[in-house]
Write a protein that binds this ligand. Sequence first.
Ligand code: ATP
Ligand code: MG
Length: 298
Amino acid sequence: MSTGGGHAPGRHGLVCYPAASSRERGTGDSVGRIIAVANQKGGVGKTTTALNLGASLAVAERRVLVVDADPQGNLTSGLGRKAREPRPSVYDVIVGEQPLEDVLLATDLEHLWLAPSDRNLTGAEVELVPVERREFRLREPLARVASRFDYVLIDCPPSLGLLTVNALVAAAGILVPLQCEYFALEGISELVSTLRRVQRSLNPSLEIEGVLLTMVDERTNLTQQVAGEIRGYFKEKVYRTSIPRSIRLGEAPSFGKPIVLYDIRSKGAEAYLELAREVMSHEEKGTGQGAQRPPAGS
Ligand code: ATP
Ligand code: MG
């Protein structure tokens, strides 16, 4: 890829990261919006969303960092990198051995960078237990690079453990993908109470960025019914854009590509490009879903 004038080589030779973000260039003091993509439920579309929203924002020439905070490493492999390559990863950042700048990898998209995962992250939850300020292990390294990006998206594992808490403490907003199926709202009260706990004691400015309906099949009554329930619960926090169930979206990661590089004309690509426009328009108008607090009474 073209690295442009804003890239600096890192200590490992594979690192390049951008100079000031476009917003920083415009205003001189802005930092990238850090969004944790989280839901402790497995398989709801967290990784697909972090990857494809990130890629779609990058196509719109926003400088984007996607951070793989999941030991499964699906975001890393979905961008064509092996989770077992011998190179520093988010694990090394979390345990404090590497600056985040030194683990960043360029991708096939000019404006998209990846902080990769590796299997060692599985142990991080346990290793961090005795560590001081163990909930701030991502926040501090990310704060140092955030001004280089317009958006930072953190892909969380399917749990509410220390890795997800670290992502929520580092983030300005949480994006919650909900799969449009019968038990979509199951477990949401645990997610919201974790969010509240983090707001109370660790990150008072954390907001709900938005709730995203994923794997939607508009033809079924079930989808309509579940989407209605989710909109009833989260109200205006639910993105207007929803993500359809799409075979192409499911296939793209096995080719190590975001959907915009795999099949830009597919419904899945259109949906993520539209979501990127919605996210940018909230941001630019300053009227993001993020302005809202979690729903009461949950
Ligand atoms: P985990 O909790 O294990 O991290 P996740 O929440 O990150 O899972 P994904 O990995 O994004 O979920 O998605 C689960 C599976 O569903 C994957 O095989 C993915 O390719 C597929 N998938 C995600 N979104 C869609 C979609 N809109 N249409 C079809 N398949 C999808
Ligand atoms: Mg995942």
